[in-house]
Design a protein around this ligand. Structure first.
Ligand code: GLU
Length: 252
């Protein structure tokens, strides 16, 4: 199978050298193996994203010679390539996960949970969401939805271990007890990054996810989502970030 890889920047800043390098790895891999290089704009964080930054990313990639085979401006069979134009797909995926028992609606108020977390942390205790909304009676849930009560959707993390063979780092495994039932749809009805990235990588038939090391800790949640959706899990290659002389990440 020819590789299908993607570069998926969030347009919250200029393309920095670390992002350009991640794009370059993807581009080289696709070109070397006669594969497809896809550009996808992850703009669901509407407050921090801007169209000026989208244009700057296109211009920077074009200036670097990193041409894309599918994506904005060139189109392709899996468009649209802006996540804000794909919201119905994420919402449908969340509904399917609820229907299959892999996700549940959470009516807890974000501010209340934030206060609980802050209190636990102040007392030096770890805090994970305690799944209290899994015990709500179905007719109670139906009534609250009908009444228009805002709610999030959380993924129900199964017991066990989640592991993947990283093409750079080798085998990496995580104990699921350390993974909280993460939110996939926020109470404002927008998807979180974990859900949108997996829905898109499945639909765009991505074979290798090549991205920065900073995403290693996100990967077990995403592997769980692929498995729950019954989708093949792509290979992952996490490449090092480029750090400044102060050993800190370069900002965008
Ligand atoms: N939009 C994400 C970022 O800019 C990319 C995530 C990914 O490559 O999976 O960090």
């Amino acid at each position: 199978m020819r590789p299908r890889v993607r570069f998926a920047p969030s347009p919250t800043g200029y393309l920095h050298v670390g992002g350009a390098r991640t794009a370059l790895f993807n581009w080289l891999y696709a070109r070397r193996h006669g594969g497809t290089f896809i550009l996808r704009i992850e703009d669901t964080d509407m407050e921090r994203s801007s169209t000026d930054m989208v244009t700057a990313i296109f211009d920077s990639m074009t200036w670097l010679g990193l041409n894309w085979d599918e994506g904005p401006r060139v189109g392709g069979p899996h468009g649209p390539y802006f996540q804000t134009e794909r919201l119905d797909k994420y919402r449908a995926a969340a509904q399917a996960l609820i229907a299959s028992g892999h996700a549940y609606r959470c009516f807890c108020k974000p501010d209340d949970l934030k206060a609980e977390r802050a209190a636990a942390e102040a007392a030096g205790q770890p805090w994970n969401y305690d799944r209290r909304c899994t015990t709500l009676a179905p007719d109670d849930v139906a009534r609250r939805i009908a009444a228009g009560e805002t709610h999030a959707v959380r993924f129900l993390v199964p017991a066990g271990t989640t592991a993947f063979d990283d093409l750079v780092h080798g085998r990496i495994s995580f104990d699921n007890t350390n993974i909280e039932d993460f939110v996939i749809i926020r109470s404002d009805t927008y998807p979180t990054y974990h859900l949108s990235v997996v829905v898109d990588d499945v639909e765009m038939q991505i074979t290798e996810v090549v991205r920065g090391d900073d995403h290693i800790s996100n990967t077990p949640k995403q592997v769980l989502l692929y498995e729950a959706m019954g989708a093949p899990v792509p290979k992952f290659a996490h490449v090092p970030l480029i750090l400044g002389p102060d050993k800190k990440r370069l900002s965008k």
